[in-house]
Ligand binder design. Sequence first.
Ligand code: HEC
Ligand code: HEC
Length: 387
Amino acid sequence: MKILVPIVLLSLLTFASCKKTTEPIIIDPYHDAYIETSKVLDVPEIAVDYAPEFPSYLTRNGFITPDVDNEKATLGRVLFYDKNLSKTNEVSCASCHIQEKAFADGKKVSDGINNRQTTRNSIGLTSAISIGSSYGSGTPSSFGGGVINFFWDDRAESVAEQATQSLASDREMGMSMHEVVSRVKENQKYYKWLFMEAYPDGISEDNILDAIQQFVNTMGSFHSRFDEGMEANNGNAEDDFANFTVSENKGKQIFMEKCASCHSQFAARSLVPVANNGLYLHYQDKGRGALPNHTSAENGVFKVPSLRNVALTAPYMHNGSFATLDDVVEHYISGIKNHVNLHPNLTTYGQPGLGLTHADKAPLVAFLKTLTDESVRTDKRFSDPFK
Ligand code: HEC
Ligand code: HEC
């Protein structure tokens, strides 16, 4: 039987070619499946390269290029933008993580399914080289500081765990993983080819979460003017950058002196993973203090966020309470409250405050804007693939 089929095919082919010159019939199940996918999605048949190329100053400082599987990241991109993965087909990950806004959403709190809202501000997903290199239990602690996990209260250990929670939350997508798997199976029309390419063992909970993780972990941001300056200065943040204005260089100097102890001199992996930064004397949202088995010693303690693309991710803080970077810097100049858990890096001689003056505001804001990487807003690899 096995030998017969090709012979029959071959003779059919030769027979057909006697009549007129036709193209050879190639039976390619991958290509056929791709045709179906391409009716719904704008994804290339040969996966694009997701592997990042870091500036050498980051590599030299121990930031390691993550392993990227292009086919898995391609599938992750589709899952990230697929509204069918929410209970009411209203929202996808991308509804609250918008590319234009460096994957934050511009709102104080985010809109989930059924007109419900999240209790916290969406977090931009472009950290220095990838969110998984900055956060997560898999991160080598040699960068300084402890393990930094996901969410404002640091409660999820991996993007996969975080994604499970976002999918499950009835304020976000309202879906169990079991339901997510069924939805993907219902949409075989465009998912079949993507899974054939990425996971020959097929559609499963683990593969779905892995693909999302692969995609989110390729969202590095290292083409800012700050990166250019660092690269030109061989990673020396102390000297002035030739590509900066006087004000930006002044702001850089203040940042390195007053802010980098927590947010890091590379504006990369935070040196202090979580802290209280004195927003209030009494917090409505207790942050880590509200987690099971945590004590009041962690009330008002939140993630020290990445500042990459911070000019694009307004409003700010866990509750979106500051509308602009001016407001944030004003907080650090005059608003730091003497909360019992206030981090010592935000005190001077035991008193709350950094000794900043109003003259420091414009330079600091100008510096924070140099952390913007315009390329992340338009990079097609991270854009909505749905036609
Ligand atoms: C309804 C809006 C909404 C949806 C949908 C949503 N997110 Fe989020 N996301 C948020 C908010 C709000 C936070 C911060 C929540 C918190 O800290 O408690 C967050 C946090 C995160 C973080 C943590 C970042 C960090 O630095 O700790 C990641 C990663 C993330 N989301 C990825 C995703 C992925 C992947 C999906 C889809 C599976 C998704 N989100 C769906 C609103 C949303
Ligand atoms: C003790 C460590 C620490 C120091 C020092 C520090 N920060 Fe922060 N920063 C935090 C924490 C923690 C948050 C989040 C707090 C929250 O949401 O409740 C934060 C939030 C921010 C945000 C908001 C980011 C976002 O995505 O919402 C900006 C901007 C910022 N800091 C800038 C600065 C600047 C500028 C300085 C120096 C003047 C500075 N920080 C010093 C810990 C610190």
